[in-house]
Design a protein around this ligand. Structure first.
Ligand code: SAH
Length: 392
């Protein structure tokens, strides 16, 4: 029997399983579809399977494990889901409806092909869209319970790393989030920008990507998926090789020089700016696609004119778009966002240097769902307790 968790198996592995169970080959595809297309993990509800096979699947450990423990809704329609696993591990994921203004912003990132926008470029709340126009939703998912990277401006790593998620646990966030969609909403983009460092946990992340993009599974185009990384170079190279550059890439650069970057991102000591930037140059990006450079603007730390100019210099020649994120407040941290004039000045310097550059406005902050605010709150760490599901 495969040691891969049942819900994390790829079709080929299901074929092997079916052959071990003495079942016809087509059952493999059937079960795979039940899980990834219909989000059904309870064999007893897979109504077109023979009772014997349902029993065998249950016996071999196929069962729903992840559950939504809480949904919090911000005024802008953003919903933060708390997802729990049987061992008490908890992660958060965030559904972010794209407002119309956001889509205009996204279009303004000219040069990308139409399908390529995988970032949320949110704007102010819009009036409710017509029933006829589907609402594109971006789903932000987590890959680890906690995080080991220790970036000083981010809440997710405060309590360190508890554990990585298995591929099926990563995917379960998508399956569960689908159930929370409102009329007319559709998950268009998936971003690996929740808790954790996806490339610190490469094998499970890569398997999750395969499950999500398999035509009989999640069926998502890899172009609609963006993996965000602090810059773990060897895994970044692997991602490029394994997926031919088709999966969108976002890199948390946050400073153009080692002296600054080191003070906010410990991992910079292992992979300094020059090494990381070279890996971006080498990433097998398809034509007309761009790498997203994430840059959290922190007052007095990385928001000087000289740093904007430095950024323009180090990125020269790489197809990128720059996402500026005024730092979201993190409890207990003295660091804060650059003032709006600084943000504007930083943006216009980059724009003048020829970069397309957006300011990512805050979404979901009323429920602490903005970038860097997904944290291991005490109740998330409390193992084994299932807080009652609430919807606020
Ligand atoms: N580990 C991955 C993905 C997680 S965070 C990574 O580092 O890219 C997604 C983005 O939010 C990253 O660019 C991260 O640096 C940024 N971020 C973290 N804390 C933030 C904060 N307090 N304010 C604004 N952005 C933050």
């Amino acid at each position: 029997m495969s040691d891969v968790a049942p819900a994390a198996r790829l079709p080929q592995e299901w074929l092997e399983e079916m052959s071990e169970l003495g079942q016809p080959r087509y059952r493999a595809e059937q079960v795979f579809r039940w899980i990834h297309q219909r989000g059904e993990l309870d064999p007893n509800r897979m109504t077109d399977l023979p009772a014997e096979l349902r029993r065998l699947l249950s016996e071999r450990g196929l069962r729903p494990e992840a559950e939504i423990l809480r949904v919090e809704r911000a005024d802008d329609g953003t919903r933060k889901l708390l997802v729990g696993f049987p061992d008490g591990g908890r992660v958060e994921c965030v559904l972010i409806p794209m407002t119309r203004l956001a889509e205009i912003d996204a279009d303004a990132s000219a040069g990308d092909d139409d399908e390529s926008e995988t970032e949320t470029e949110p704007g102010p709340v819009q009036d409710s869209p017509q029933a006829s126009s589907p609402v594109r939703v971006t789903l932000c998912i987590s890959t680890q319970v906690g995080c080991a990277m220790g970036c000083v401006f981010c809440a997710s790593g405060r309590a360190g790393l508890k554990r990585g998620l298995r591929a099926d646990e990563i995917v379960s966030q998508v399956l569960l989030a689908r159930r929370e969609l409102e009329a007319g909403e559709d998950i268009k983009n998936l971003v690996f920008m929740g808790m954790g460092e996806p490339l610190h946990h490469y094998d499970e992340t890569a398997r999750a990507l395969r499950l999500l993009t398999h035509p009989s599974g999640g069926g998502m185009s890899p172009r609609r998926i963006t993996v965000s990384t602090v810059g773990l170079v060897p895994a970044l190279e692997r991602l490029g090789r394994d997926f031919g550059g088709k999966v969108g890439l976002a890199v948390s650069l946050h400073a153009p020089d080692d002296a600054t970057r080191e003070t906010i991102i410990p991992m910079n000591r292992r992979y300094p700016v020059a090494v990381l930037v070279q890996a971006l140059r080498d990433y097998p990006l398809p034509r007309r696609r761009r790498i997203t450079i994430e840059y959290t603007l922190i007052d007095g730390v990385n928001d000087r004119d000289a740093q904007a100019d430095g950024l323009a210099t180090v990125l020269r020649g790489i197809p990128v778009k720059v996402n500026l994120i005024p730092m979201n407040p993190v409890e207990g941290s003295p660091l804060r966002a650059s003032p709006p004039e600084r943000v504007e000045q930083f943006q216009s310097r980059l724009a003048r240097a020829g970069y397309s550059c957006f300011v990512r406005t805050r979404r979901g902050s009323g429920v602490n769902a903005a970038c860097g605010q997904l944290a291991l709150a005490p109740e998330l760490v409390a193992l084994g307790r299932n807080p009652a599901r609430t919807s606020s």
